[in-house]
Design a protein around this ligand. Structure first.
Ligand code: TIU
Length: 242
């Protein structure tokens, strides 16, 4: 089995790359751009952009190797039928609430411009895009069925924010028996100290929730252990359209 250097000790990758998925949590304009949900909650949203280059590199590697990619999007139906009042009413006193009209459309509503994944990480047609009403990606979604049907057992976690949606999803996955690895430089929080605490909480007690590593180590190990996916040659791609 391929071994990867990680905290609190080595992480074992599956021998078959088809058992692995990269999970990119909520890399949406709503969390990274002014005028979205993160901003409405009173956060400095600019600091989250720093992870984008490392995440792009990791995504490119994972795509080359034909590893599954799952993008999540936190959002609600336009009629807010999937948004509990307890969630809708939270936030600062003056800020826009979920469903209010903002500069990028209605805050955290499915299909609005501000709800989309940032252009640098636009999903391909083959990749799964999972909309979720909660912080954890397993709550009220088909994620568990999707992973089971594809035989996926190992999850690589990235995205925002570390201590909210990323950690919630990682804990849900850990309880369901998935081997979880958080990529430290591909996740961030509005609060640097919360990111650090999350890393410590996850890895404490002998990986009580899972492991952490950095994207350079992960990319090196993925390239070393897995073969690039077969790409259609230009000849066969052309003939397939005939
Ligand atoms: N507010 C905050 O830090 N996060 C969220 O509301 N959602 C996610 O983490 N995606």
């Amino acid at each position: 089995m391929p071994i990867l250097s990680a905290q609190p000790y080595d992480y074992t990758l599956p021998s078959n790359s088809q058992q692995l998925a990269l999970v990119i949590i909520d890399m949406q304009r709503d969390f990274l751009e002014p005028g979205g949900f993160g901003d409405a909650l009173g956060n400095d949203v600019s600091r989250l952009r720093a992870i984008v280059p490392a995440l792009q590199k990791l995504l490119a590697t994972v795509r080359d190797l034909g590893i599954a990619v799952i993008h999540t999007q936190e959002c609600h139906q336009p009629d807010l039928s999937d948004c509990p009042p307890s969630k809708q009413h939270r936030g600062g006193e003056d800020g826009l609430k979920i469903g209010d009209e903002g500069p990028m459309g209605r805050i955290l509503i499915m299909g609005e411009p501000g709800n989309s994944i940032i252009p640098e990480l636009t999903p391909t047609e083959e990749e799964t895009v999972l909309t979720k009403p909660g912080k954890g990606a397993f709550y009220n979604t088909p994620l568990e069925d999707i992973l089971e049907s594809q035989g996926i057992t190992h999850l690589l976690f990235t995205g925002v924010t570390t201590e909210v949606c990323v950690q919630s999803t990682m804990r849900e996955a850990n309880d369901r028996g998935y081997e979880c690895l958080l990529v430290e430089d591909c996740t961030d929080s509005y609060f640097p100290e919360f990111k650090q605490s999350t890393i410590e909480m996850i890895t404490a007690q002998g990986a009580i929730v899972g492991w952490t590593t950095d994207s350079t180590t992960l990319i090196g190990s993925l390239k070393e252990n897995y073969q690039p996916a077969m790409k259609m040659s230009s000849y066969s791609a052309t003939s397939a359209t005939r």
